[in-house]
Design a protein around this ligand. Sequence first.
Ligand SMILES: N[C@@H](CCC[C@H](N)C(=O)O)C(=O)O
Length: 311
Amino acid sequence: MSDVEIAVEKYHGAGNDFLVVSEAAASGDRAATEGSREDTADAPVGDRFAFTADRCDRETGLSHPDSDRTGADGVLFLAVDGEATPPRVEMTHVQPDGSVAEMCGNGVRCAALWGARELGLGVDEPADVVVVTPAGDRPSTVDDAGDHATVTVGMGRPSFAPWDVPLAPDHTTPLVEETVEGLTVTAVNTGVPHAVAFVDDVSAVDLEAVAPPVRHADAFPEGTNVVLAAPDDAGGFDQRTYERGVEGETNACGTGAVAVGAVARRRGLVGDEWVTVRPPGGPLEVRVTDDASFLRGPAEREFQTTLALQR
Ligand SMILES: N[C@@H](CCC[C@H](N)C(=O)O)C(=O)O
């Protein structure tokens, strides 16, 4: 066993926070450009799942004076291909429960900002970056790639189809406004599954109590995120999300915000325009059309630090 040092950064998008590990260090690329090959090994993190559970813990995980929260909602393992046009960032999002998320809207914004920063792009003019996820490519535009950026992401076409959500095989039609474990929800996949419940007031619901039975319901064989939405006075929506993988409420959920937009559009509450969705961590803009959806919001880099790992 030997000690290796790895660089870890922390980013967040509307308070949905992530540790970022550059997979470039795995191949030695980054070390080569920084002239410190001796400090890195072939893979920056040997056991990604143990690393994520350990460093994301809200009590005992990674803390830093430049961040007001210990731990994180997950780890983004990122690799950038700066030769591609536009550049591509491959994202593997490991969650605290050891699962790998197929998509993450806030994570994609952070990954796009990270990629732009790695390549020195997005400062004088907006930079296009494609984030590669298991759910497909997510074309992104990074504006103002300092520590605080605005990133717009093409989120693909939301699907209510039972096989896409996915729903259990006995569901042959979309699950729309049905009561599941006491909550009336509509199921939609925006890269990952969401059960969206429209309520009068999101803050009046005990989310930690009502969400787990829905998250684990038989209707959702791969589980689901559980989203509360309520129209606000300005034509937008308040949002709260209980996330699968984190197994708790997060400050924001980008795929969840798009799910709110998709369900609101299906209910005839909005059309194809941009609407504001407000999770506790700050506003996000979403737009849903017949064959596409978009997410726009902040991405911020909080700090970089070095960790010594035993391998
Ligand atoms: N926070 C995310 C969603 C991450 C994935 C989710 N927890 C799942 O397992 O489905 C977002 O911003 O979209």
